[in-house]
Design a protein around this ligand. Sequence first.
Ligand SMILES: Nc1ncnc2c1ncn2[C@@H]1O[C@H](COP(=O)(O)OP(=O)(O)OP(=O)(O)O)[C@@H](O)[C@H]1O
Ligand SMILES: [Mg+2]
Length: 450
Amino acid sequence: MADETPGVRMLVVEDDRALSEIVCEELRARGHLAVAAESVADGLEHLKRSEFEVALVDLMLPDGSGIDILKRIAEEGLPTEAILLTGYATVDTAIQAMKLGAYDYVTKPARMEELEALVAKAAEKSRLRRENAHLRRRLEGHAPADGIVGEDAAMRELLATVERVAPSDLPVLIQGESGTGKELIARAVHRLSARAAHPFVAINCGAVPESLLESELFGHEKGAFTGALLRKPGLFEVADKGVLFLDEVGAASPSVQARLLRAIETSEFLRVGGARPVRTDVRLISATNKNVKAEMAEGRFREDLYDRLNGVTLKLPPLRERKGDIALLARHFLDRVAPRKRLSPRAIEALQAYAWPGNVRELQMVMQRAAILGQGEVLDAPDLPLDARDQNWKTVAVKTGLSLAEMEREYIETVLRQNDGHRGKTARALGIDPKTLYNKLGPERPRKKT
Ligand SMILES: Nc1ncnc2c1ncn2[C@@H]1O[C@H](COP(=O)(O)OP(=O)(O)OP(=O)(O)O)[C@@H](O)[C@H]1O
Ligand SMILES: [Mg+2]
């Protein structure tokens, strides 16, 4: 690896000319670019004019101390790492220098091998610092005020659409895998709309039991059913003049779907057990991680309702399809919990190589955990708690003595387990049709109801 690294840009601040010349020559012989300065003033002048990765600084200079140069580097936030050269190796000055951010110090006469190793490490640190600063600048330059990171072409287009459709009253349908940012986008549409001053009310249709969902959405009259002791307004009333966010709308039962459709078509609805229509003025934003077209084809989702919800569709790409955003999102999440920690190039590579089944939410969790678990100030690939299942994805133990059918069965079971029993994902991972998987496995065992 060392011989791939291009030469390090170095500033050597040393008033002993003979020593300075030897050091510079040795550094150049090793492929580095070495510039000599003889005083504090001279050194600062060079730092002002061009960028150096590493500065080798003598502590005792004719017009001051090498510490002055350290201070300037810190003040200006230069990406330069300083190594102090000192003939007076007192613990005190060394400690003072380290506190001021010096990378390390060497005592004169310095051994060239020792110095070379130190220079290589300091240069690497300088490079990391520069790369992370670059990521941060890109974040600051492009993240809309509402903290949505998205520089990838598909995301930029999507965010442009959000800005365009938000001010209208069009219903919005957001599609995307779990954890891709559907709710974040729904809130952005609300914030950028004329309804921003009115409520954003969210309900997860998949998390509320069917019987409750109806009375949550439309409310109920006193005595409508056992336990309905008081009249309760529905979310369609609560969200009046604002936005009602129907999360996982694909999970709504046929009867809820029918009521939703009526409420949308007539702008009014009946509370459960009520006879008097209640008027409502809400903008609907819905989200689903299911393929609605497939749901409609199989008769699980009403086409007429789909038409009403889908004024415009926003499709959030899975994270693995916007690799360009991975490093930015990682930096974004790391900044919230550990802004001083940096990511090594290998860590960024590992993040980009990972498949992210849990999308942005999983990346957020990984960065939060890495910030806590990672010891040093640089997070490297092994510090990232990436799901081991994914990395072992392609490793399957082959047993002998099984028939082909048994082997297939075992393999399918393995992939099913890797996908937490999710048949759709399993079929996708196996590259077969869900129906084929169904034929091979038989009917799904009933899942526990929530
Ligand atoms: N582009 C992004 N920039 C910054 N943060 C993001 C982005 N996308 C998602 N997040 C964050 O990731 C997390 C998951 O996002 P969100 O809850 O919106 O996803 P979702 O698609 O609604 O997930 P689910 O399907 O599981 O409900 C949130 O903390 C959100 O703030
Ligand atoms: Mg969500």
